[in-house]
Design a protein around this ligand. Structure first.
Ligand code: AHR
Length: 878
């Protein structure tokens, strides 16, 4: 196994002169420092020193432009006479400064005959680098000692960041000094790196794209006596840290080059959008949504029911969220009662027993809703309930929406009950001009003194506000509007862990979630720890997708539950049949059994189902059953019955070739998610496609930070750029009731009254709103080292350029639209602010996009991307 220099695992940090610290490196057998080395102390963080303010002059002593473009010699244009020889097959590629650059892969370099830089004195070394990948240690410029290099201008494998590294003396035992970049490099971007050793200030500084990254204290200068090498380092007496990529315009100076001159070398940076080339076609499914019952996303969320525990199953011991109403001398009790079943699916009812009820008194039942029942001005609420009376309990009943202090916002009358179950409906209309409030309850009561000593039973008490598209048993308007505004192209339903459940008795068994709501038994949402009444069932999930204009992406239960239980192969056939039936319910003709049921449920037309996912995150099934028989059994059966459907696997399988693989990405570190932007650059274009069914930076709660959103946006630029292999992405989880946070970081937050989008919501919306027909390849050069970009074009003359600046300073960049002759104007949309900022119920738009018009221009213009920002330029181009 390859040994690593300076690995933090076996770091010896040395503290010198009270302030100096330095990281040592790993070695197979760490040896004690030589007597000349400082005394080891406990590891400490590197000390950041002040950058030199009074630079000395610097003299160019080596300059390799790599503009030869052929042959095996790179001339030294400084006049100092140190040509480099290309070795091991090192070749040429397109340059960033001048026409060509050095192209290297492992075992290839370009090296001088002897030393160029006196590393014991002040020196500066700079290079433009464009990495093919960001894996491992890669040293761009170094100068050999006898055992190690005198310096390394490099990418570090241990941190994934650029560094200017020195060892204190020419030995693998020496401790190291590492000036590290704050930026995390990505492949395919040109960066200008500059390392400065200032012998008089005893400092080492690293610059990326002209911006100082870190200055540390340095010491014990020594002189490397071997050749200067481009494309590798030197360690333990051998070449190492080979580069894969391009290196251009390498410069060596005697002396510390002033920061201003380093900045001049970097220039302003640029983004070239190659509209003269056609990239991958973008997919209608490119940005999507994913919903499961988590965080009270459905019940107490997008499912608009306002009565909590209407089926009385949230607790088997008490009528949770219900209370007895006993006003003005009345006495009453409530209890769960299974002696008066409505039907076998809903056998439990709420029994109201009235003890006493004097004239002017009131006895009844009240429901507290999901952390309150909302009352908004000028709103009509639809009440329905099943009730039956015991002897003496006649009614009529009064239904009222009232505040906790008894203020009645709306009221309706329910006629006298009978001794048989019957359904009663009424509307409650609030007047205009009342305040919008949440601290309310629904009361069903009687003031009929004859009810004293009598009982009544209630179940499936339901109160709906106006719903999205006015659909009965429908969905909450503000949440649906927010989801619809994302213009999701696909809608993955119904989970997630919720699909799987913890046990075989609690997975999402779709057949129990369709038909009249009184016939739905509900089930324990064991994945997220609360009861699911399944009013939001398969039909409602499918309709939700349709209502926002998305293709449903239907995930079917695949015989694995979160507790690790796996349905044996011999018992899996019924589950496969359930999946086939489920698909038939979604798309079968009305002459089929389940298609007819869909029609009976009110939706005769088939849904636009094209993708079916087998299970969820089956990489957690360590038994191997997914590859061995579960995926093949579902795949074969579905393909046989519905050859037009694309089948999605939730992890890699070899037993069949899935059409698509669903990959999930979560990290609390935005750098990690941003760093995943290039994961699909080298994925085979002839194998399965990929969908990122879940992604999120889990930073902030109940919704995330701007920094998280920018990390995600950077990631999404990569997924969009690789649209030929990545068909879509959806954030997870989509919804969170702020009173019921099962998962830390979510996209849209709400209580019973209001909702808000997180910065991540706006980021996905901005990217989703700017999807053209084709990707236009783009190239970033410099800038501030923190830029991510993707561009696309739309027929009719629209160019979308999406740029993420994750840096803490603005990036002023030359934008060049190659192949375009003019920009007649456009819109810029910017999401920017404090990286730690979040939105909330109280501050719903603290972080939200701003738009402004962009004037006409030529195809090249200078644009400033603000610090910590996501920008979409939507330009009319010709
Ligand atoms: O999005 C939350 C959960 O994360 C999903 O239920 C599951 O698929 C993943 O592990």
């Amino acid at each position: 196994m390859r040994r690593r220099i300076f690995a933090p695992a076996i770091v010896l940090a040395l503290l010198l002169f009270g302030t100096q610290s330095a990281l040592a490196r790993s070695a197979p057998t760490p040896t004690a420092p030589t007597p000349t080395a400082p005394t080891p102390t406990a590891p400490t963080a590197p000390t950041t020193a002040t950058a030199p303010t009074a630079p000395t002059t610097a003299t160019l002593i080596g300059h390799w432009t790599f503009d030869e473009g052929q042959g095996t010699t790179a001339a030294d244009s400084s006049g100092a006479g140190h040509p480099l020889t290309l070795q091991g097959g090192a070749s040429w590629t397109k340059g960033v400064v001048g026409p060509s650059a050095l192209a290297v892969t492992p075992q290839q370099d370009a090296a001088s005959a002897g030393p160029v830089i006196d590393t014991s004195q002040s020196f500066t070394v700079s290079a433009w680098v464009d990495l093919a990948n960001t894996s491992g240690f890669q040293t761009f410029v170094s100068e050999d000692g006898s055992q190690v290099s005198g310096f390394y201008l490099q990418l570090r494998g241990d941190t994934g960041r650029f560094a200017f590294t020195r060892l204190a003396y020419d030995s693998t035992a020496a401790y190291g000094m590492i000036a590290t970049s704050t930026i995390v490099p990505q492949p395919g971007v040109w960066y200008l790196l500059a390392g400065v050793y200032d012998a008089s200030a005893q400092t080492m500084s690293l610059y990326v794209d002209g911006a100082l990254q870190q200055t540390i204290q340095a010491l014990a200068p020594w002189s490397a006596t071997g050749p200067l090498a481009v494309g590798r380092g030197f360690y333990n007496g051998s070449p190492t840290d080979w580069v894969s990529g391009a290196i251009d315009d390498v410069r060596a100076y005697a002396g510390a080059l002033p920061a201003q001159q380093i900045s001049a070398l970097a220039g302003p940076g640029s983004i070239t959008v190659h509209e003269d080339q056609v990239g991958p076609a973008l997919n209608p499914t490119q940005f999507g949504a994913f919903l499961e019952e988590i965080n009270h996303s459905g019940d107490g969320g997008v499912y608009a029911e306002l009565v909590r525990n209407r089926d009385l199953k949230e607790s088997s011991s008490s009528p949770a969220y219900w209370s007895a109403v006993q006003d003005k001398g009345a006495a009453a009790t409530i209890a769960l009662d299974s002696s008066q079943p409505l039907n076998s699916a809903n056998p439990v009812s709420l029994k109201l027993s009235v003890g006493s009820l004097p004239a002017g008194g009131r006895a009844g039942v009240a429901n507290a809703g999901y952390w309150g029942v909302p009352a908004t001005p000028g709103t009509t609420y639809h009440l329905s309930l099943y009730a039956k009376a015991g002897t003496g309990f006649a009614g009529p009943l009064t239904a009222s929406l009232e505040s906790s202090s008894g203020r009645v916002w709306a009221t309706a009358s329910i006629p006298a009950l009978t001794t048989s179950w019957a359904r009663y409906t009424a509307t409650l209309s609030t007047p205009k001009g009342i305040p919008a409030t949440l601290g309310n309850r629904l009361v069903i009561s009687t003031s009929d003194t004859a009810a004293a000593g009598a009982s009544a039973w209630f179940t499936m008490v339901s109160l709906f506000p106006p719903t999205y598209d006015n659909t009965p048993n429908g969905l909450r308007v503000d949440l649906m509007q927010k989801i619809a505004a994302l213009h999701p192209g696909h809608f993955r339903i119904p989970g997630g862990n919720y699909l799987e459940g913890n046990t075989l008795s609690t997975y999402f068994n779709w057949k129990n979630t369709v038909g009249p709501i009184t016939g739905r038994p509900g089930h324990m949402n064991s994945a997220w720890g609360y009861w699911s009444q399944d009013g939001l069932g398969l039909l409602e999930y499918l309709e939700m997708a349709q209502e926002v204009g998305a293709q449903p992406l239907l995930a079917v239960f695949a015989g694995y539950t979160l507790n690790g239980a796996v349905v044996p192969q011999s018992q899996l056939a019924p589950y496969v049949q359930d999946a086939l039936d489920e698909i038939q319910y979604a798309i079968g003709g009305t002459d089929t059994k389940w298609g007819a049921m869909r029609a009976a449920d009110g939706h005769p037309a088939p849904f636009d189902l094209r993708y079916v996912e087998i299970g969820n995150e089956d990489q957690f099934d360590r038994s191997g059953s997914y590859n061995a028989y579960r995926f093949p059994m579902f795949y074969d059966a579905i393909k046989a019955a519905y050859p037009q459907l694309k089948i999605i696997a939730t992890t890699n399988v070899t037993s069949r070739t899935p059409d698509v693989i669903d990959d999930h990405y979560y990290s609390s570190n935005p750098d990690v998610i941003a760093g995943d932007a290039h994961n699909y650059d080298t994925t085979s274009r002839s194998g399965p496609k990929h969908i990122v069914g879940e992604y999120a930076v889990t930073q902030g709660s109940p919704t995330g930070t701007l920094a998280g959103a920018l990390g995600e946006a950077a990631f999404l630029t990569g997924l969009e750029r690789d649209a030929d292999v990545v068909i879509g992405a959806s954030y997870a989880p989509l919804l969170v009731n702020v009173n019921a946070v099962s998962w830390p970081t979510n996209l849209i937050g709400y209580n019973g009254l209001v909702s808000y989008g997180s910065p991540s919501y706006y980021a996905q919306k901005m990217l989703g709103d700017s999807v053209g027909d084709h990707v236009a390849p783009s190239q970033i050069v410099g800038g501030n080292g923190n830029l991510w970009a993707v561009a696309s074009t739309k027929a009719g003359g629209t160019t979308y350029l999406t740029v993420v600046n994750r840096g803490t300073s603005a990036a002023s960049v030359d934008v060049d639209l190659a192949g375009v002759s003019a920009v007649s104007g456009g819109i810029s949309t910017v999401l920017a602010g404090d990286p730690a900022a979040m939105n909330s119920i109280a501050h719903p738009t603290a972080v939200s996009p701003t738009t402004r018009r962009v004037g006409p221009s030529g195809p090249s213009f200078r644009y400033t991307f603000p610090a910590s920002s996501l920008t979409v330029l939507s330009l009319s181009t010709s």
